[in-house]
Ligand binder design. Structure first.
Ligand SMILES: Cc1cc2nc3c(=O)[nH]c(=O)nc-3n(C[C@H](O)[C@H](O)[C@H](O)COP(=O)(O)OP(=O)(O)OC[C@H]3O[C@@H](n4cnc5c(N)ncnc54)[C@H](O)[C@@H]3O)c2cc1C
Length: 289
């Protein structure tokens, strides 16, 4: 299938991009890596009148440290993040999750901004952003907004980005001493979207868990934290008994709605239990690393 006819624009600056978004609004779509948008157009699931190609905007392609934050430009390709020593050092959870994202040809073109803006509930990176309390920088002509990851994902393929805005940058807090993380996933094949995935991060100080974050992907229409399980860990010296209890709480707390031939609700609850337990054990080991 080929997509329906569309007008094509390629801004050469962010100001031109904002002008184009303001002019075309809902009739336009941004083209980043095209790895989700183009198949959707080919299947006629979306039919934008105008494609605004941002691939010329190299100023949106960067990975850098800004104090306690890892700042990532929206046009940064998956492969660059997957290979980046800075990401591996400052944000090991993102680096680990990227091992599960797509195949090499898709990673060469796909971008983190496109991935997050597309908001596929089965994608790994939104769950990482939720787990690490990241901030999305959303730019419009009138204002630049900071949107917490928790408020960014509104549902399947739905985000807080307005038609005249775009996602410019992702800010992720860098790993602090005593923090350990782990990402666990089950998928039909290596590089496929998750059947279910869990991102976990623990802060242990003096042998006691000071904070815990657990986020799921491919369970509901958007990634979310599992707060009852997190609360069961904080203030304790963690061992297998506590981690097993937290995993049980996580399984009981989720209400799987993304159910398909890869897994029904009961299977996904089982996966949440198993993957949470695995992720917490590894995150605890990584606190000392
Ligand atoms: C076979 C296959 C397997 C895949 N497996 C996985 C996987 O395992 N895990 C996973 O996470 N993903 C997977 N993907 C999806 C891949 O990660 C895509 O690259 C990604 O979801 C979209 O990024 P993109 O840059 O290609 O965006 P595009 O396809 O160009 O755009 C996607 C959507 O986001 C919008 N958009 C893009 N950039 C911006 C921006 N900066 N601001 C506002 N809106 C924007 C577009 O208008 C469009 O609506 C897979 C894709 C394929 C084809």
């Amino acid at each position: 299938m080929k997509p329906p006819a569309f007008h094509y624009e390629k801004p050469s600056s962010v100001d031109e991009l904002l002008d184009a978004l303001t002019q075309h609004g809902d009739d336009a779509r941004i083209l980043a890596g095209g790895q989700s948008l183009v198949p959707m157009m080919n299947f006629r699931l979306v039919s934008p009148e105008v494609l605004i190609d941002i691939n010329g905007l190299s100023e949106l392609d960067y990975i850098r440290r800004d104090g306690d934050t890892l700042s990532i430009g929206a046009l940064t390709r998956h492969f660059a993040l997957n290979e980046s020593p800075l990401v591996a050092e400052l944000c090991p959870l993102l680096a680990e999750a990227y091992k599960h994202v797509a195949h090499v040809t898709i990673r060469n073109r796909g971008t983190i901004g496109g991935n997050l803006s597309h908001a596929d509930p089965n994608s790994e990176i939104p769950a990482v952003c939720i787990c690490l309390e990241s901030t999305m920088i959303v730019r419009g002509k009138k204002e630049t907004r900071e949107v917490s990851a928790g408020e960014f994902f509104l549902g399947a393929l739905e985000t807080a980005i307005q038609p005249d805005e775009f996602l410019a940058e992702i800010r992720i807090p860098v790993r602090k001493p005593g923090v350990g993380s782990a990402f666990e996933e089950v998928s039909p094949r290596q590089g496929d979207f998750a059947t279910t995935a869990i991102a976990a991060s623990l802060h242990v100080d003096g042998g006691v868990c000071r904070s815990a974050a657990i986020a799921h992907a491919a369970v509901a229409d958007r990634p979310a934290r599992i707060e009852t399980a997190e609360a069961a860990l904080v203030g304790s010296r963690l061992d297998d008994t506590q981690i097993t209890e937290a995993a049980e709480l996580a399984s009981a707390a989720v209400e799987p709605t993304v159910v398909n031939y890869h897994g029904d609700a009961e299977y996904k609850r089982d996966l949440v239990r198993t993957l949470t337990k695995r992720a917490l054990h590894r995150a605890l080991e990584n606190c000392a690393a």
